[in-house]
Design a protein around this ligand. Structure first.
Ligand code: LMR
Length: 397
């Protein structure tokens, strides 16, 4: 007999809540846990630009043979341009390489497996708090993990002085994971000056950098949100960027992501690409194609690209409107907690400061699902459920 001693694994802190939500019979139930955008009718509809690209793709009748291990060349160069800026490919001081990965998580896993081959003794440092899947991804590759200070809970801002002080203590050769924009879970990002300062500390201390960049375009805009990533990649000799098309193209289930590595040495970049391909081959062999073909069609077509930028701005603006409405509702209700920070946070999430105990009450008494840490997906709030959500929050806290 085998496997008799296998215990049940704990539920995933984010996706596990969607399972619970789906079973909940309360007609007023609201899922504010998983980072998926919903429109004002509570639906995750496909972007107009994606629907049009999908029709074009169907007519193209592309063979379903394997993609190269690193993915489609044109998709990769468009991805590099989108993340690092259009001028990057003309810059002969910079040699970015990229691999199309199954989602942003695939990019993180590929980076983690690669780094564990070439730098297995390093500890990986995450912001405190961070996305709950970061630690498990890197620990499953064999790394030790630790945290650097990031968030000031009292003031609801980045605790920048403490962050710098704790990054300065990271030993040379260790690995730091930064969030490129729309920090998950806090929604609090770094200014350009702060990115400059962080880059200098990382460079002086010889730390290996990975930047998780899953929300480009959800904060202030495609180029605006890439500002930190571009500062990092300009300042540092080596940087890994894990980007995702789940949120900014709404291609969640298609699993489209990209791992970009950039160095100032062309030969080194090519060697690293060859090793990353070898590693990818052992995890997923080669990437799925449907989603990346859609992205390629959109980014290569002027009309579709404009339509996509509009699609994305509708989404971003609705999230910002919901932040304002939630704050004004809570204020009108005379809520005893000051939630004014909600309107200053960036991207889909708000780290609400609601205690785990109150999160559980919201779930059991009102069927409002938010992550135990108090992270609220603002993109799940609509003009129809906002009163229910505000009143329920006001009652429990
Ligand atoms: C989230 O943080 O909710 C999203 O990134 C979805 C996920 O995979 O956890």
């Amino acid at each position: 007999m085998f496997f008799d001693n296998v215990n049940e694994a704990p539920k995933d802190p984010i996706l596990g809540l969607t399972d619970e939500f789906n079973k909940d019979k309360n007609p007023n139930k609201v899922n504010l846990a998983v980072g998926v955008y919903q429109d004002d009718n509570g639906l995750t509809t496909t972007f107009k630009s994606v629907i049009q690209a999908e029709k074009i793709l169907l007519d193209m009748n592309i063979p379903k043979s394997y993609k190269p291990i690193d993915g489609d060349k044109e998709f990769l160069s468009k991805s590099i341009e989108m993340v690092l800026g259009e001028k990057i490919l003309d810059n002969n001081q910079s040699y970015p390489i990229a691999l199309n990965t199954p989602g942003g998580t695939g990019a993180l896993k590929l980076a983690s497996e690669f780094l564990n081959i070439f730098s297995s003794k390093s500890t990986v440092w995450f912001s405190n708090p961070t996305w709950p899947n970061h630690k498990p991804i890197f620990e499953a590759s064999g790394f030790k993990t630790n945290g650097y200070e990031y968030f000031d809970k009292e003031k609801n801002i980045v605790a920048f002085e403490n962050m710098i002080a704790s990054i300065k203590k990271i030993p040379a050769g260790d690995i730091i994971l930064l969030h490129g924009c729309c920090h998950n879970p806090t929604g609090c990002d770094l200014s350009d000056d702060q990115w400059e300062e962080i880059s200098s500390v990382i460079k002086n201390n010889d730390i290996i950098t990975i930047c998780d960049f899953a929300y480009q375009g959800l904060g202030d805009g495609i180029d605006e949100d890439a500002s930190g990533v571009r500062i990092l990649s300009e300042k540092l000799d080596d940087v890994f960027i894990c980007s995702s098309y789940s949120k900014n193209f709404g291609l969640y289930s298609e699993r489209v992501g990209c791992l970009i590595y950039k160095s100032k040495d062309e030969i080194k970049s090519e060697k690293i690409l060859s090793q990353l391909k070898k590693t990818a081959r052992t995890i997923y062999s080669n990437p799925p194609a449907h989603g990346s073909e859609i992205v390629k069609i959109i980014l290569n077509d002027e009309y579709l690209k404009k339509l996509w930028i509009k699609d994305l701005s509708i989404l971003r603006n609705r999230i910002k409107e919901m932040r304002v409405s939630l704050l004004s509702n809570l204020t009108d209700l005379g809520c005893k907690k000051d939630f004014s920070f909600i309107v200053d946070q960036n991207g889909m999430f708000s780290f609400s400061g609601i205690s785990t105990e109150d999160v559980k009450k919201l779930r059991s008494e009102y069927s409002i699902y938010i992550v135990d840490s108090g992270r609220v997906n603002i993109a799940g709030i609509t003009s129809k459920n906002i009163n229910y959500i505000s009143e329920s929050i006001n009652k429990v806290i």
